[in-house]
Design a protein around this ligand. Structure first.
Ligand code: SF4
Length: 486
């Protein structure tokens, strides 16, 4: 059988990827991708709206979620120390990781210490953020993703393109072909019926769960009061990973801590309705340290900073740390719906990616500097966000930062410097205005600027300078007064 090449939308674009407009232009040209995205996001969006409308107190819940998160962020040191104390008292070990490299080193060393060369994984944004699978592979340790969509992404040597539905860019026919090609234990005659595909994945994964001695997970929340970690999921694969292996290693962003179970209750209502449009997610697993004879006998918690404390120092941008990764903002975003997730060049796509990645990674690269501009600022993301992150406000704030700190074309720098020099002197401004008026004829012929300046005029007309400037008109007419008034 001839195996077709992967679809363009399946191409990994994280490393050395082009800036957002270039990557998005490529994605928008992919009709199949647009069709898959439109179908999936429209369906999830409608369901979410229905699930949220069932609750009379949704806005009060949303406000509570916002306030709890803000309280935690304002007292982060206190709650993290409390969490460390409680996890340690319950028999777990806490590790602190400043950045991705340190977190990867800690996890790799922990796995090596068990003597194992394979781990099973629960879906985790934090481990994607730090590139843990790649780091483990370099140490000859194989990580097996066990979430169905993450498995699809891994088997396709692909990248996730949605927070909740990482393989949203794939349709059933793609997945059937992928399973048949890459899964040695795929049943012959596999169809693209979702039940058949799920059954094939289940059989494939079961052997991994039963053999695994080490599991790696993330965490949706950590309750500081009791030192309890919490994972919400839909498939039960997480429950298997969290209970069957002997060693459990959880990597968690430091902003995921909540003070108490009373606070957790708010998020257990906000998250399922906003993400999968369910009243309650099928599996909520929680564990506190280790319990002899029940679950893993060793538990390690890696607390990951990786740019979060720097984000916390930004008064406007820090609200991004409230995010509970529900992905509701992706499903309503007109830009995400057309460009898909790969164009964002990060595990965090869509509106949240556009404000989170440039903060935790900085705006030094062309792709990160372009992300705050990947929005129409329509505000739909803010309306659906269960923790009321004002994403448009942060986008505008980051646009200013990207312009200040990000890479700029030398011509743009030169143009801005020339404009500054001209505007600082009334005489120079008058001279420039006279020169512009004199060049009216030429400007009429050049409605598009040449060379790298074309980006300015690709989406706008080059204005023809007026015959005379406002200041000249003012002088000539005595401030616009009629002869009688004068
Ligand atoms: S920013 Fe808000 S809507 Fe978007 S993923 Fe985070 S919590 Fe959900």
């Amino acid at each position: 059988m001839t195996v077709p090449p992967p679809a363009p939308s399946a191409m990994p674009t994280y490393l050395g990827m082009p800036r957002f407009p270039d990557a998005a232009a490529r994605a928008v040209a992919d009709e199949g991708l647009r069709r898959n995205l439109a179908h999936a996001t429209t369906t999830i969006r409608g369901r979410r709206a229905g699930a949220v409308a069932e609750l009379d107190d949704w806005s009060a819940l949303r406000e509570s979620g916002k306030q709890i998160k803000d309280h935690v962020l304002a007292n982060l040191g206190h709650y993290l120390r409390l969490l460390e104390e409680r996890v340690t008292a319950a028999g777990g070990t806490v590790h602190w990781a400043r950045d991705a490299a340190e977190a990867n080193r800690i996890v790799t060393d922990l796995v090596r210490a068990t003597g194992e060369t394979e781990v099973v994984k629960v879906k985790s944004m934090a481990t994607q953020e730090i590139g843990l699978n790649e780091a483990l592979a370099e140490a000859d340790i194989t990580a097996h993703e066990t979430d169905l969509a993450e498995l699809i992404v891994q088997l396709g040597d692909d990248r996730p393109s949605h927070i909740l539905v990482p393989a949203i860019h794939r349709n059933r026919a793609d997945i059937r072909e992928l399973f048949a090609r890459t899964m040695p234990d795929a049943p012959p005659g596999l169809t693209d019926d979702p039940a058949d595909l799920a059954e094939a994945a289940r059989r494939h994964l079961r052997a991994r769960f039963l053999a695994a001695k080490v599991a790696v997970s993330g965490a949706n929340f950590a309750v500081a009061d009791t030192g309890t970690l919490v994972v919400l999921e839909s498939e039960g694969n997480g429950r298997m990973c969290l209970t069957l292996p002997e060693t459990l290693i959880s990597v968690m962003g430091i902003e995921k801590v909540v003070p108490s179970w009373r606070d957790l209750e708010v998020f257990l209502q906000l998250l399922p309705r906003s993400s999968t449009a369910e009243r309650m997610n099928p599996y909520t697993s929680s564990w506190t340290g280790v319990t002899p004879g029940d679950g893993p006998s060793a538990f390690h918690l890696v607390l990951l900073d990786n740019g979060r404390t720097a984000t916390l120092a930004d008064d406007v941008g820090k609200q991004a740390l409230r995010c509970i990764r529900c992905s509701a903002c992706l499903n309503v975003c007109p830009v995400y719906q057309r460009a898909g997730g790969h164009a964002y060049g990060s595990p965090y796509p869509g509106p949240i990616g556009a404000i989170l990645s440039p903060q935790i990674r900085g705006v030094g690269s062309p792709v990160d500097a372009s992300l705050p501009f990947a929005s129409s600022l329509c505000g739909a993301c803010y309306d659906v966000c269960p923790v009321a992150i004002d994403i448009p406000e942060v986008l505008v704030h980051l646009r200013a930062r990207a312009v200040e700190e990000g890479p700029r074309h030398p011509l743009e720098r030169a143009a801005m410097a020339a404009a500054g020099w001209t505007l600082r002197s009334p005489a120079r401004l008058a001279l420039a205005q006279r020169a512009a008026s004199a060049g009216r004829g030429a400007a009429r012929r050049f409605r598009r600027l040449p060379g790298p300046l074309h980006a300015w005029t690709d989406t706008r007309d080059l204005p023809v300078p007026p015959r005379e400037s406002f200041r000249a008109w003012w002088r000539r007419t005595g401030g616009g007064r009629t002869e009688e008034e004068a």
